[in-house]
Design a protein around this ligand. Structure first.
Ligand code: FMN
Length: 318
């Protein structure tokens, strides 16, 4: 199942969500076996910024029954140390490299793009227009006017394919995606995390050091599916769909909704081999209990009468 994406020929459609898989650390732990069983067809780096960032104060994670809330806040070494220290090692991974970047102004992003444009190790750039954990994060990725203005100013500064990563906190992601496309984006990726909050156990104080964070994992799956479906039918450029993918059925749903690639994020924390597991089972025909459920083949536990849902009786029908 070879897939064309932004000039790359990828073996399968499963990549990682930025910031959810440290491939360099994984290689140090698993050694050569990691390269032989590399979980993704392309690797997306953690978002980098022009200046080094310490990230948000701890605690930075809160586990939900259905995923997590994080307030990591883009800690990274900054552009210069990324290029000098990490890029040479990233370049030896057995998959094309997509570097995720974020700027607090157009000028900052221009410096980042022009620096990375000269590096042959990089196959494409993902523009993180959607981090909820930094002050300017969500605006560009959720507002068509801001997105078009930003994208059109950046386009001239790199010949590399540019993927615009959008925010889910808009009711019209299609308009934002169309704005990015018309200003020169080569692909769209979505969704980033949804803004949210958690209180510390037994208290009414926020648990996360930053006060609030971004929700990811299975909890956001229906939001991702809805937004990916809407965006995929609105733009001609390819879409990378992500949000709550745990297994090949979730990945297939995003592909069926129109995504060209699917990114695995939060699931990597639970199962570092999730990418390999999902890409392998995408190739297998789905049978038995895991086979798709046909509409009308199961009895719903509830039915809608006159606009109100009622629970179906378990008593035998006369
Ligand atoms: C701990 C954590 C860190 C993340 N860091 C980044 C990041 O640096 N850049 C980015 O664009 N998205 C980041 N994301 C968002 C993911 O790439 C992805 O868009 C989101 O989590 C939805 O996918 P998921 O539900 O499969 O995790 C991060 C998500 C998590 C959970």
């Amino acid at each position: 199942m070879a897939i064309e994406f932004c000039g790359m020929q990828l073996e399968h459609p499963i990549v990682n969500g930025s910031g959810t898989y440290d491939a360099l650390a994984a290689r140090r732990v698993f050694g050569d076996a990691f390269d032989r069983n590399f979980p993704f067809s392309a690797y997306v780096s953690k978002t980098i910024t022009l200046d080094p960032r310490a990230g948000n104060p701890p605690p930075r994670l809160w586990e939900l029954g259905q995923g997590m809330i994080n307030s990591i806040g883009l800690p990274n070494k900054g552009l210069v140390r990324f290029v000098d220290e990490d890029l040479p090692e990233y370049a030896t991974l057995p998959a094309p490299l997509i570097v995720s970047v974020m700027g607090f102004s157009v000028d900052e992003l221009v410096v980042i793009l022009e620096t990375l444009d000269r590096r042959d190790e990089i196959a494409a750039l993902e523009l993180n227009f959607s981090c909820p954990n930094v002050k300017t994060g969500n605006i560009v990725g959720s507002d068509p006017v801001e997105c078009e203005a930003m994208m059109s100013q950046l386009r001239a500064h790199s010949d590399k394919p540019m993927i615009a990563k959008l925010a889910p906190s808009t009711s019209r992601p299609d308009l934002v995606a169309m704005a990015a496309e018309s200003a020169g984006a080569d692909a769209i990726s979505l969704i980033n995390t949804l803004p949210g909050m958690a209180f510390a156990p037994g208290s009414s104080e926020p648990w996360l050091g930053a006060g609030s964070g971004g929700i990811s994992g299975p909890a956001v799956k229906p939001v991702a599916l809805g937004q990916v479906a809407r965006v995929s039918t609105s733009v001609k450029i390819p879409v990378v769909g992500m949000g709550g993918v745990e297994n090949s059925r979730d990945a297939q749903a995003l592909l069926d909704a129109g995504a060209r690639l699917v990114a695995v994020g939060t699931e990597n924390f639970r199962d570092p081999a999730a990418g390999s597991r999902i890409s392998a089972s995408l190739r297998e025909p789905v049978t038995g209990a895991a086979a798709p459920i046909q509409k009308g083949s199961v009895r719903q536990p509830w039915r809608v009468i006159g606009g109100q849902a009622t629970v179906n009786s378990r008593k035998p029908q006369p």
